[in-house]
Design a protein around this ligand. Structure first.
Ligand SMILES: NC(=O)c1ccc[n+]([C@@H]2O[C@H](COP(=O)([O-])OP(=O)(O)OC[C@H]3O[C@@H](n4cnc5c(N)ncnc54)[C@H](O)[C@@H]3O)[C@@H](O)[C@H]2O)c1
Ligand SMILES: [Fe+2]
Length: 381
């Protein structure tokens, strides 16, 4: 067994109504004037009120984070931050708001230009306390050391990876996700499943991340169809929120692989939602991966509740791929790159972008060349 370390938010608080501890948790961190980072959808749904009602004084709310935010959003948000004397950052939102809040907590009040933060371990020491509350289930961003931003000029998605982004506290409270729209519920739910599957298949998986990834898969496969069918099903929302957290803990340490690497250029060029781009690539990348690790697919099949008796490893791996196709279709995610008006002629450029995502491709169990990637995009067309 090779050496592995495990990192997370410093403290996790989970379970229904745990969001009611937010003000107390901020106070424990010595925060008296928090800066809340959220978005208009979360605010207008009334979900943000569950948090703001806990404060006896006015709190500053920045609600201008768009979905899949670009680099300039950080600068705009930092200007708003600097207009008050804030002593902590609270993220209330999906991956988009949480990622912006995580970057603000290291960026605000220091002089290093934002562009120098990108890549691995380039962020300065975080001085501001940081709490994350996810409203989707989800990206797992509440516990990861990653923030993803769109670079519109170069039409790519770029990551800031640094342990300085790990929050002090993550509060994962299912009622925060009850208002999540159906399409976002489906796409972010598949994203969580992809996190668990890619973490399990990662070259950097460990027994710790394996346990989290398998449990996440078994929770998400039961709960995801339920929350899409009935968005008000609180118990299923709780299973999704917790499953997404476990998947975040798994991939935050083992990494994700080629599904995410091939999804990035779709998000960067065609502004596709992160969960949707992952769902589009998932079955096709798994079809490619199964040759490298059929035994791991047997474990995945068990976690997904597939019948595996008296079947060969290869048969089981193929059934996992079919299951993933069916699940993405059942939860209403459009199938095929052609459904998104992507011209077939764009595939070589997409592959040229994807092969550059070395940070993720090195985690993938099967090696990919640029022409392999082109073939996968062709299959997914
Ligand atoms: N840092 C990480 O570890 C990590 C991991 C995966 C993805 N991401 C990033 O996260 C982003 C995607 O995040 P996401 O999928 O959570 O979606 P999102 O944060 O972009 O939200 C999508 C939409 O759903 C709405 N919404 C979210 N929760 C809601 C709620 N409870 N009620 C009403 N409306 C709600 C928002 O207003 C928004 O319009 C992408 O930028 C992606 O790159 C980051
Ligand atoms: Fe993801």
């Amino acid at each position: 067994m090779s050496i592995a370390t495990f990192k997370s938010a410093h403290r996790l608080i989970t379970g229904a109504q745990s969001s009611q501890q937010t003000a107390t948790e901020l106070a424990k961190l010595g925060v008296s004037n928090p800066f809340i980072v959220t978005d208009k959808g979360v605010r207008q749904s009334g979900t943000l009120d569950l948090i703001t009602a806990q404060f006896k004084h006015n709190v500053t709310i920045y609600d201008e984070v768009p979905a899949e935010p670009e680099v300039s959003v950080v600068e705009h948000c930092a200007e708003a931050f600097n207009q008050g004397k804030h002593d902590g950052v609270l993220a209330v939102g999906g991956g988009s708001a949480m990622d912006i809040a995580k970057v603000i907590a290291v960026f605000a009040g220091q002089n290093k230009p934002l562009l120098e933060f990108f890549g691995e371990n380039n962020a300065p020491t975080r001085k501001l306390p940081l709490i994350t509350l996810p409203t989707t289930a989800g990206t797992g961003s509440e516990v990861t050391n990653i923030a993803i931003l769109a670079d519109t000029e170069n039409q790519i998605k770029k990551g800031i990876v640094s342990d300085q982004l790990l929050p002090d506290v993550a509060i994962v409270s299912p009622e925060m996700t009850l208002s999540c729209p159906r399409s976002v519920t489906a796409a972010s739910g598949v994203d969580a499943l992809v996190h668990a599957i890619e973490a399990y298949l990662s070259n950097f998986a460990s027994p710790v991340t394996d346990a989290l990834a398998i449990k996440a898969m078994s929770m998400i496969r039961v709960a995801l169809p339920k929350v899409v069918a009935n968005p008000h099903h609180l118990q299923a929302r709780e299973e999704m929120a917790t499953g997404s957290l476990l998947a975040g803990l798994a991939f935050g340490n083992a990494g994700v692989g080629a599904v995410h690497a091939l999804a990035y250029p779709l998000g960067g060029r065609y502004h596709m939602a992160h969960g949707v781009s992952n769902a589009l690539m998932l079955p096709y990348v798994m079809e490619w991966n199964k040759l490298a690790c059929a035994q791991r697919f047997v474990d995945i099949a068990s976690a997904l509740g597939l019948y595996i008796e008296a079947k060969t490893e290869n048969q089981i791996a193929s059934e996992v791929v079919s299951y993933l196709h069916q699940l993405c279709s059942d939860v209403g995610i459009p199938q095929g790159l052609r459904s998104f008006d992507i011209p077939r002629s764009a595939i070589p450029e997409l592959a040229a972008e994807a092969i550059k995502v070395e940070r993720l491709l090195r985690n993938n169990p099967r090696v990919l060349s640029q022409s392999d990637i082109e073939k996968i995009y062709q299959a997914a067309y």
